[in-house]
Design a binder for this molecule. Sequence first.
Ligand code: AMP
Length: 407
Amino acid sequence: MLVLVINCGSSSVKYNLIETETEQDVCKGMIERIGAVTSIIKHQPFDSKEIKDTKSITNHSEALQEIMQFLLNPESGVVKSPSDIKSVGHRVVHGGEMFKDSVLIDEKVLEAIEQAIDLAPLHNPPNLKGIQAAKQHLPDVPHVAVFDTAFHHSLPARAYLYGIPNRFYRRYKIRKYGFHGTSHYFVSRQYYKLIDKPVKDTKVITCHLGNGASLTAIDGGKSVETSMGFTPLSGIVMGTRCGDIDPSILFYLVEKEELPLSNLHALLNRHSGLLGLSGYAADMRDLITEADNGDRRCQQAIDVFCYKIKQHIGSYTAVMNGCDAVLFTAGIGENSALIRSKSVENLDYLGIKLDEKKNEQVKPGEITKISSDDSKIEVYVVPTNEELVIAIDAAKIAQASAQSPWI
Ligand code: AMP
């Protein structure tokens, strides 16, 4: 089934057109700087080179129109008619406590996503805009919402409750939700295909290490603990996000620097993490280069990043009372042998031993075992594919809705 996957940010729309039977991208692309004087347009058909363009695109509806025009272009396009697209899958960041699975979008679902805006004020509004724009341009196909939070619905209360008065959970639903769910789900499923053991007996730690980063403990196929929390700000240090810090630091900073509360959001989300620690860059490649050139603060940023990962691996092994495999994924996890190696160094007590040669020889896009044969815990690099998860869910739900006995 041909499925269009849409991922909307406040000023961007990413899309993938995926054939779910072959699991192949037919075409993918991105429109950035929506609302600016010049927007940047990129289309990448599967079997030809990238097409780049610039023009003024003022809103998400125009962006979807641009994408549809490209897909349907008689010369360079990839589909003949809009009816060739059988379903649209939308990435939605926050489903609150309402969604434990992907869902066919109807008025009630739209209302529920709107209700969750309070919990994800930066993410859910553009996700909603994307849904509305795509429905406008593809009104006759099922639209499906796939939530970043849904996979973590299985967290037990002892993992998701914070140590604050319980009324705040009851009143405002303040709890750990967890994010990157589609990635943790996909990567763990790729691992299950490789092993000869029932999923219910497996204990896996997935490390999604990109610009945003999170780890998840997956016991018997279910997420039981994860590092991001009420928002994607908590957990390990990230590109520009601080990760877990002592909350008292906030009061202290407000007092010492006379910072208005409104500045704290930007400080912790955009100026902290690897960028804040190094004072140089959020991008891991730049940090590694500068650390190699002797920059002490870049080296410290890398050290902190890897130390947090290691701490979480140890903690999640305790949470699950064991671990069969650690899986690395996303930009840093898939591409940096150095970070993988430093994140599991001196964990031989737990039974993790890397084969450094295999670790160095990982090829982009390939699932690779990088632990040594006598390692008690296996370590793999598993490329993630969140868009494929969204496409497969959208196809399944579109099929089911077509077969519904209701008239
Ligand atoms: P993502 O958010 O998954 O696209 O990942 C982005 C992060 O991956 C950035 O910090 C990049 O610097 C990092 N990354 C990509 N390629 C490499 C590489 N070869 N070595 C180290 N980090 C990399």
